[in-house]
Design a protein around this ligand. Structure first.
Ligand SMILES: [Zn+2]
Length: 158
Protein backbone atom coordinates (compact mmCIF):
# COMPACT_ATOMS: atom_id res chain seq x y z
CA UNK A 1 0.00 0.00 0.00
CA UNK A 2 1.18 3.50 -0.81
CA UNK A 3 1.71 5.82 2.13
CA UNK A 4 -1.02 8.34 2.83
CA UNK A 5 0.70 11.59 3.86
CA UNK A 6 -2.69 13.40 4.01
CA UNK A 7 -4.47 10.68 5.98
CA UNK A 8 -5.11 13.04 8.90
CA UNK A 9 -6.14 16.04 6.78
CA UNK A 10 -9.80 16.98 6.84
CA UNK A 11 -11.60 18.03 3.67
CA UNK A 12 -11.05 21.77 4.34
CA UNK A 13 -7.30 21.24 4.72
CA UNK A 14 -7.22 19.16 1.53
CA UNK A 15 -9.15 21.89 -0.25
CA UNK A 16 -6.53 24.46 0.85
CA UNK A 17 -3.77 22.12 -0.21
CA UNK A 18 -5.30 21.76 -3.68
CA UNK A 19 -5.50 25.57 -4.06
CA UNK A 20 -1.82 25.82 -3.15
CA UNK A 21 -0.75 22.90 -5.35
CA UNK A 22 -2.44 23.81 -8.64
CA UNK A 23 0.86 23.48 -10.52
CA UNK A 24 2.32 20.69 -8.41
CA UNK A 25 1.53 17.48 -10.24
CA UNK A 26 3.31 15.31 -7.65
CA UNK A 27 1.39 16.78 -4.71
CA UNK A 28 -1.91 16.74 -6.61
CA UNK A 29 -1.41 13.04 -7.28
CA UNK A 30 -0.91 12.44 -3.55
CA UNK A 31 -4.12 14.38 -2.78
CA UNK A 32 -5.93 12.42 -5.50
CA UNK A 33 -4.79 9.15 -3.89
CA UNK A 34 -6.00 10.36 -0.51
CA UNK A 35 -9.37 11.39 -1.93
CA UNK A 36 -9.83 7.92 -3.45
CA UNK A 37 -10.25 6.67 0.12
CA UNK A 38 -12.97 9.20 0.96
CA UNK A 39 -16.62 8.93 0.03
CA UNK A 40 -18.09 12.16 1.35
CA UNK A 41 -19.74 14.32 -1.37
CA UNK A 42 -17.29 17.17 -0.67
CA UNK A 43 -14.36 14.79 -1.12
CA UNK A 44 -15.78 13.47 -4.39
CA UNK A 45 -16.25 17.01 -5.63
CA UNK A 46 -12.69 17.92 -4.70
CA UNK A 47 -11.40 14.76 -6.38
CA UNK A 48 -13.11 15.80 -9.62
CA UNK A 49 -11.32 19.15 -9.40
CA UNK A 50 -8.00 17.44 -8.71
CA UNK A 51 -8.60 15.02 -11.61
CA UNK A 52 -9.14 18.01 -13.94
CA UNK A 53 -5.99 19.76 -12.67
CA UNK A 54 -3.90 16.61 -13.07
CA UNK A 55 -5.35 16.03 -16.55
CA UNK A 56 -4.37 19.56 -17.62
CA UNK A 57 -0.89 19.30 -16.11
CA UNK A 58 -0.27 15.89 -17.70
CA UNK A 59 -1.36 17.19 -21.10
CA UNK A 60 1.09 20.08 -20.78
CA UNK A 61 3.98 17.87 -19.74
CA UNK A 62 3.44 15.45 -22.64
CA UNK A 63 3.52 18.19 -25.31
CA UNK A 64 7.33 18.40 -25.61
CA UNK A 65 7.52 14.60 -25.82
CA UNK A 66 5.17 14.65 -28.82
CA UNK A 67 7.42 17.17 -30.56
CA UNK A 68 10.42 14.90 -30.07
CA UNK A 69 8.56 11.94 -31.56
CA UNK A 70 7.40 13.98 -34.55
CA UNK A 71 10.90 15.22 -35.33
CA UNK A 72 11.64 14.03 -38.83
CA UNK A 73 14.97 12.39 -39.50
CA UNK A 74 15.65 12.14 -43.21
CA UNK A 75 17.11 8.87 -44.38
CA UNK A 76 20.26 9.17 -46.45
CA UNK A 77 19.86 6.44 -49.03
CA UNK A 78 21.95 6.59 -52.17
CA UNK A 79 20.69 4.39 -54.98
CA UNK A 80 23.16 2.17 -56.87
CA UNK A 81 22.36 3.84 -60.13
CA UNK A 82 20.10 6.50 -61.51
CA UNK A 83 18.51 7.02 -64.87
CA UNK A 84 19.17 10.10 -66.96
CA UNK A 85 17.22 10.78 -70.09
CA UNK A 86 19.35 12.07 -72.91
CA UNK A 87 18.20 15.52 -73.96
CA UNK A 88 19.12 14.78 -77.56
CA UNK A 89 17.71 11.33 -78.31
CA UNK A 90 15.64 10.60 -75.15
CA UNK A 91 17.58 7.40 -74.46
CA UNK A 92 17.72 6.32 -70.82
CA UNK A 93 21.31 6.30 -69.56
CA UNK A 94 22.34 4.72 -66.28
CA UNK A 95 24.61 6.73 -64.02
CA UNK A 96 26.23 5.60 -60.77
CA UNK A 97 25.74 8.42 -58.28
CA UNK A 98 29.16 9.30 -56.85
CA UNK A 99 28.85 11.92 -54.13
CA UNK A 100 30.29 15.29 -55.22
CA UNK A 101 32.19 13.79 -58.16
CA UNK A 102 31.84 15.38 -61.59
CA UNK A 103 31.46 12.53 -64.06
CA UNK A 104 32.14 13.13 -67.72
CA UNK A 105 29.86 10.80 -69.59
CA UNK A 106 28.27 10.38 -72.97
CA UNK A 107 24.95 9.07 -74.18
CA UNK A 108 24.98 5.34 -74.91
CA UNK A 109 23.00 5.96 -78.07
CA UNK A 110 23.86 9.31 -79.66
CA UNK A 111 27.19 9.81 -77.82
CA UNK A 112 26.35 13.35 -76.80
CA UNK A 113 28.66 14.34 -73.94
CA UNK A 114 27.27 15.31 -70.58
CA UNK A 115 28.42 15.86 -67.04
CA UNK A 116 26.69 14.38 -64.02
CA UNK A 117 27.18 15.48 -60.41
CA UNK A 118 25.47 13.79 -57.49
CA UNK A 119 25.25 16.02 -54.44
CA UNK A 120 22.96 16.02 -51.37
CA UNK A 121 20.72 13.38 -52.92
CA UNK A 122 20.21 15.27 -56.18
CA UNK A 123 21.75 14.19 -59.48
CA UNK A 124 22.37 17.21 -61.67
CA UNK A 125 23.24 16.78 -65.30
CA UNK A 126 24.66 19.20 -67.79
CA UNK A 127 24.32 18.09 -71.36
CA UNK A 128 26.63 19.50 -73.95
CA UNK A 129 25.09 22.68 -75.28
CA UNK A 130 23.62 22.44 -78.73
CA UNK A 131 25.96 23.98 -81.32
CA UNK A 132 25.27 27.67 -81.40
CA UNK A 133 24.41 29.39 -84.61
CA UNK A 134 27.81 30.90 -84.89
CA UNK A 135 29.63 31.23 -88.19
CA UNK A 136 33.14 30.34 -86.99
CA UNK A 137 31.94 27.47 -84.79
CA UNK A 138 29.91 25.79 -87.51
CA UNK A 139 32.73 26.37 -89.99
CA UNK A 140 35.18 24.66 -87.62
CA UNK A 141 32.71 21.82 -87.14
CA UNK A 142 32.33 21.31 -90.90
CA UNK A 143 36.10 21.34 -91.34
CA UNK A 144 36.47 18.67 -88.63
CA UNK A 145 33.83 16.51 -90.28
CA UNK A 146 35.51 16.97 -93.67
CA UNK A 147 38.89 15.95 -92.21
CA UNK A 148 37.38 12.86 -90.55
CA UNK A 149 35.61 11.94 -93.79
CA UNK A 150 38.85 12.37 -95.69
CA UNK A 151 40.77 10.14 -93.25
CA UNK A 152 38.01 7.55 -93.46
CA UNK A 153 38.12 7.71 -97.22
CA UNK A 154 41.91 7.28 -97.23
CA UNK A 155 41.62 4.30 -94.87
CA UNK A 156 38.92 2.69 -97.04
CA UNK A 157 40.85 3.21 -100.23
CA UNK A 158 44.10 1.83 -98.87
ZN1 LIG B 1 21.41 10.45 -76.69
Amino acid sequence: MASRPYFRFDIEQLNDLVSKSRDDLKNLTLIQDELKHRNRPKARELKKEVDTLIGALSAESTKPTDNTINQYTPLQVTPDRMVIECTQCKTANFVSPLESVVQHLSCSNCKVAYEAVYKHGILRTQFQALPQINQSNSAAKWITIAVIALIALILILK
